[in-house]
Design a protein around this ligand. Structure first.
Ligand code: FES
Length: 263
C-alpha cells in the first residue's frame, strides 16, 4: 500500500517506461518521490520497487548511497556550503559556521520555519568561483559570510533570487521534479559559463595558441573528430565551455612543450 496519489504512481510508471531496462529509471523516480513527499519515504521505496519488479532493499540501497536522496524532510531550499579543500581555505568554513549560527541549525538540519535545510557539500567542480554555495544544486559563486547571510534571509523572506550561473531559484521540491525529467522551462535562464571558467580561452587567444592537429580520420558523415572539426574560434562561437576545455588542454600541451624544451 502507498500514500502516493494515482497521478504520482502514473508518473513513476511513465518514467520507468522511458528506459529499455525499466530499473534504469530508478534515479529519476526517486527524485519524483522527493518532489511530492519532500524526502524518500518508505511508501515511495515500495512504489518504486513494485513498478520496477525489484526488492525494496535494492531501492533502499540506492536511496541511501547517493547524497542527493534525503531520508529526512528537506526545507523549501536546500542550501549547501562547499567545505572541500579549496573552498574551505577561501572562506567556506567561515561561511558554514556563520550560517549555522545565523540559522541556529547544525549540518543537515532544517530551520524551525521549514524554509532552509543547511548542509556542507563536497567539491562542486566550481573551484574557480570558490567559495561556492549551492541552493537546490544551483551555483552561488564567490560567496562571503555576509552574502551568504543575505542569501538565506532573502530566501526566507520570499525574495526572488537567481543563481549566479543559472536560473531563478525555485523550491527544492520543484527542482526535484525537474531532476525527475519534467522541465520547468528555466533551462536557458542565466549564463552557462562565467568569465573565470573562460580565462584559459582568453589566454590562448591572446597568445595565438591553437589545439594540436588531430590524427583522427574523417567520419562517414564528413565530419572529423576533435580539433580537426574546426578552429578554436569556431568552437568558441558554438560552444564556449567546450572550446575553453579544448584550449585549456592546448595550453597544458604548450606548457608541457615549454618544459621539455627547458630540459
Ligand atoms: S572545492 Fe569547492 S567547488 Fe571545488
Amino acid at each position: 500500500m502507498t500514500a502516493l496519489t494515482q497521478e504520482t504512481l502514473s508518473e513513476l510508471e511513465e518514467i520507468a517506461a522511458r528506459y529499455p531496462e525499466a530499473r534504469s529509471g530508478l534515479l529519476p523516480m526517486l527524485h519524483l518521490v522527493q518532489s511530492v513527499e519532500g524526502r524518500v519515504t518508505p511508501e515511495g521505496i515500495e512504489a518504486c520497487a513494485e513498478i520496477l519488479g525489484i526488492s525494496a532493499a535494492e531501492v533502499s540501497g540506492v536511496a541511501t548511497f547517493y547524497t542527493m536522496y534525503k531520508r529526512k524532510p528537506v526545507g523549501d531550499y536546500l542550501v549547501g556550503v562547499c567545505t572541500n579543500t579549496l573552498c574551505a581555505v577561501m572562506g567556506g568554513d567561515q561561511i558554514f559556521e556563520r550560517l549555522k549560527d545565523h540559522l541556529d541549525v547544525g549540518n543537515d538540519e532544517t530551520t524551525e520555519d521549514g524554509k532552509i535545510t543547511l548542509e556542507h557539500v563536497e567539491c562542486n567542480a566550481a573551484c574557480d568561483y570558490a567559495p561556492v554555495m549551492m541552493v537546490n544544486w544551483e551555483f552561488m559563486d564567490n560567496m562571503t559570510p555576509q552574502s551568504a547571510v543575505q542569501l538565506v534571509d532573502d530566501l526566507r523572506a520570499g525574495t526572488e533570487v537567481s543563481s549566479t550561473r543559472g536560473p531563478r531559484l525555485c523550491t527544492w521540491r520543484e527542482a526535484e521534479r525537474v531532476l525527475a525529467g519534467y522541465p520547468d522551462g528555466r533551462v536557458d535562464e542565466g549564463p552557462g559559463a562565467g568569465p573565470s571558467s573562460l580565462v584559459g580561452l582568453s589566454i590562448a587567444r591572446e597568445r595565438g595558441w591553437t589545439a594540436p592537429e588531430s590524427d583522427a580520420k574523417p567520419q562517414d558523415d564528413g565530419k572529423s573528430l576533435g580539433a580537426a572539426a574546426g578552429s578554436p574560434a569556431d568552437e568558441a562561437d558554438s560552444n564556449p565551455t567546450e572550446a575553453a576545455a579544448v584550449d585549456e588542454s592546448s595550453s597544458a600541451t604548450e606548457r608541457g612543450a615549454e618544459k621539455d624544451e627547458a630540459k
